[in-house]
Design a protein around this ligand. Structure first.
Ligand SMILES: NC(=O)c1ccc[n+]([C@@H]2O[C@H](COP(=O)([O-])OP(=O)(O)OC[C@H]3O[C@@H](n4cnc5c(N)ncnc54)[C@H](OP(=O)(O)O)[C@@H]3O)[C@@H](O)[C@H]2O)c1
Ligand SMILES: *[C@@H]1O[C@H](CO)[C@@H](O)[C@H](O)[C@H]1NC(C)=O
Ligand SMILES: CC(=O)N[C@H]1CO[C@H](CO)[C@@H](O)[C@@H]1O
Length: 231
């Protein structure tokens, strides 16, 4: 049987801070509001950083459409509050909070182990969580925080979940991985001399670099997944 890979690795572009002209840019980059009435009953979706912002809105919208939503968040209390809000609004009880701190490889691994023990399949993975222009800090493993959370954490998560995504494919609706990047990648550069910002830290440059890394990863992943076959 042909394997339809999670090849629809979709790029979501969101514009930067919404002030003045930037608002117009956001509308331009964001495209039109989706008006479709499609349902995705029982599809299993994982969304990182879904207790607030874009991630929570996405969780709410997909829960409305019948998905089983796994909210992968670092703060269990904040996640539970958002989960209750989503359940009340959507009357969909299949919304779960599971701890996943992308700044800790151990936490990502534990999240995946638990996910695999609880779910038979994974239809959609949404790598949304992000830190933006934070003061200098590092992940548990000593990776500069923005590169570590925005890119490396998601890189690990995606690779650990790939077998589930592949196994869950349907001929008519292949599984999907969605990359939430940013227009900030336009100015992004991969600093090969000091990838980890050990010598010098510029919070904007590190953010831009992490968002460019999201895109490079997505493109290469899409290339590698293209045309593969599994039984
Ligand atoms: N908003 C924009 O204008 C804009 C523009 C371009 C791109 N983006 C991208 O869109 C995505 C979402 O942005 P947003 O505006 O919705 O941001 P947000 O409201 O700040 O939400 C970010 C989410 O990421 C989570 N997060 C941060 N560090 C984490 C970690 N170590 N492990 C797990 N989760 C972590 C946060 O959790 P806590 O609540 O616990 O902090 C929160 O749930 C990001 O990737 C961002 O780069 C946003
Ligand atoms: C980062 O990207 C933003 C948005 O594209 C840009 O305004 C800024 O100059 C960039 N900063 C650096 C240091 O690359
Ligand atoms: C702007 C950009 O490079 N977006 C990429 C997001 O992911 C898809 C699928 O890999 C690519 O085709 C896009 O080029």
């Amino acid at each position: 049987m042909m394997w339809n890979p999670p090849r629809k690795v979709v790029y979501i572009s969101a514009a930067a801070t919404c002030v003045g002209l930037a608002c117009l840019m956001k509308d331009y980059a964001g495209g039109r509001k989706y008006e479709g009435s499609n349902r995705i009953d029982q599809k299993v979706v994982v969304i990182t950083g879904s207790n607030t912002g874009i991630g929570k809105e996405t969780a709410l919208e997909l829960a409305k459409r019948g998905a089983h939503v796994v909210m992968a968040c670092r703060d269990a209390k904040k996640c539970e509050l958002a989960r209750q809000d989503i359940v009340l609004q959507t009357k969909n009880k299949y919304v779960y909070c599971r701890t996943c701190d992308l700044a800790s490889q151990k936490s990502v691994i534990q999240f995946v182990e638990r996910f695999k023990s609880e779910h038979q399949r994974l239809d959609i993975l949404i790598n949304n969580a992000g830190v933006m222009r934070c003061p200098h800090s590092q992940t548990k493993e000593g990776i500069e925080m923005q590169l570590g959370v925005n890119h490396m954490g998601h890189f690990l998560l995606t690779n650990l979940l790939l077998d589930k995504l592949k196994a869950s494919m349907h001929v008519s609706a292949p599984s999907r991985i969605i990359n939430v990047s940013s227009v900030a990648h336009w100015k992004g550069q991969i600093n090969k001399e000091d990838l980890n910002s050990d010598k010098h830290y510029d919070k904007a440059a590190a953010y831009n670099q992490s968002k460019l890394a999201n895109l490079l990863f997505t493109r290469e992943l899409a290339r590698r997944l293209q045309g593969k076959c599994v039984l």
